[in-house]
Design a protein around this ligand. Structure first.
Ligand SMILES: *Cc1c(COP(=O)(O)O)cnc(C)c1O
Length: 225
């Protein structure tokens, strides 16, 4: 299959999964994960109408942002961000991996006179290999983040366990949705928009069933890395 065929298939599967979950077909946004793939593929996908792109390394994101011909592209950082790399960030990039107080404070220092849009990454599955704040530590982090006037928390992000069990995968996504509802009810962040960034090539159908608003898909569009 060509890039455009894979892209259209993924879009159709996202819409199908939304409808199956009694949601409008256009309820779920696709973020195309272009990490390790050449910028030419970003441009090709942008020409087909794709707007949102994600990288997991800030250096690679900056390179592609600078060399891409796609004028309307919107970039997302989905990998861990070291505090010493925060200086590379611009306020156009949406950070999905805010996971610790020191990073929140560093972001505030860097964006003193502007805004940075973030999602808090939560380690719902509790696996040691996964990044993200543990649910037990969420409130402590939330309190620090809410004191940083330059950070707008758009929503929450998680990665599910790699498991054959649908129940195990869905539990992580359901936990994130429950946490998001509490954030809304308790008004923990001003400007919170309830984004649920969850679901990748292997599990986006389950994520959509559990309320994902943004799915991050690489392999199913671009092929193996
Ligand atoms: C690489 C990556 C994805 C995309 O994974 P695929 O399985 O290729 O769809 C999504 N989210 C994060 C955080 C990633 O690092």
């Amino acid at each position: 299959m060509s890039l455009s065929e894979r892209y259209r298939q993924v879009l159709a599967e996202i819409a199908e999964a939304a409808v199956a979950a009694n949601r409008p077909a256009d309820d779920v946004h696709l973020i195309a994960v272009s990490k390790t793939h050449p910028v030419a593929l970003v441009d090709e996908l942008a020409a087909l109408g794709q707007v949102d792109f994600a990288e997991n390394r800030i250096a690679e994101l900056c390179e592609k942002q600078a060399s891409s011909q796609a004028s309307g592209a919107r970039w997302h950082l989905i990998g861990q961000l070291q505090t010493n790399k925060v200086k590379l960030l611009t306020s156009e990039t949406i950070v999905h991996s805010l996971d610790r107080p020191s990073l929140a404070e560093k972001l505030q220092q860097h964006f003193t006179n502007s805004k940075v849009r973030c999602l808090i990454q939560v380690n719902c599955s509790g696996e040691a290999s996964k990044s993200g704040v543990l649910p037990a530590d969420f409130d402590t982090l939330a309190e620090v983040v809410s004191k940083q006037p330059s950070i707008q928390v758009l929503g929450l992000m998680t990665m599910a366990e790699h498991s054959e069990s649908e129940a195990v995968v869905r539990r992580a996504f359901a936990d994130l949705r429950t946490l998001s509802r509490r954030v809304t009810e308790q008004k923990l962040f001003q400007g919170f928009e309830g984004w649920l960034s969850m679901g990748m090539s292997g599990d986006f159908r389950h994520a959509i069933a559990e309320g994902a608003t943004h799915v991050r898909i690489g392999t199913a569009i671009f092929g193996q890395r």
